[in-house]
Design a binder for this molecule. Structure first.
Ligand code: HEC
Length: 104
C-alpha cells in the first residue's frame, strides 16, 4: 500500500514539473520571436506605428496573414510577416494579446 502511495506522489511531481517546463518554454519562445517587432511597434500607444499590446490575438494574426498574402500593402510588414511560418505567427499573436492584459 505504501509503495503505491510513493509511486503516486512521484507521478504527480513528475507531471507537474513537466507542465511547468512546457509552459515556461513556450513563453520564452514567444518572447524571443516577438522581440524584433518592438523596435518599431514599441509599448506606448502614442506612437505613429501602432503598438501591438492589448490587441486581440485574432486581429494580430489575421493582419499578419493579410500582409503575407498582399491583401494589406505595406512593404516592410510584408517582408517581416513572410519571415515567419504559420505556427510562429500564432505564437507571436498570442504573446502580444497576453501582454495587453498585463499592461492594463
Ligand atoms: C521596420 C519596422 C517594423 C517592424 C520591425 C515590425 N513592424 Fe509591424 N508595422 C510596421 C508599420 C509601419 C505598420 C503600419 C503599416 C500599415 O500602415 O499598414 C505595421 C503594422 C503592423 C500590424 C497591423 C496593426 C494594426 O493596427 O492594424 C501588425 C499586426 C504588425 N505590424 C505586427 C508586427 C509583428 C508581429 C512584428 C514582428 C514580427 C512587426 N510588426 C514588426 C512596422 C514594423
Amino acid at each position: 500500500m505504501r509503495y503505491i502511495r510513493v509511486l503516486l506522489v512521484l507521478y504527480i511531481v513528475l507531471v507537474s514539473v513537466n507542465a511547468f517546463a512546457g509552459s515556461s518554454e513556450s513563453f520564452v519562445k514567444g518572447e524571443s520571436l516577438s522581440l524584433p517587432c518592438l523596435g518599431c511597434h514599441g509599448k506606448s500607444k502614442d506612437l505613429s506605428i501602432p503598438s501591438l499590446f492589448g490587441l486581440e490575438e485574432d486581429y494580430i494574426y489575421n493582419s499578419l496573414i493579410e500582409y503575407q498574402t498582399g491583401q494589406r500593402e505595406h512593404y516592410l510588414m510584408r517582408i517581416i510577416s513572410n519571415g515567419y511560418d504559420d505556427v510562429q505567427l500564432r505564437i507571436i499573436s498570442k504573446y502580444y494579446s497576453l501582454q495587453g492584459i498585463k499592461n492594463e
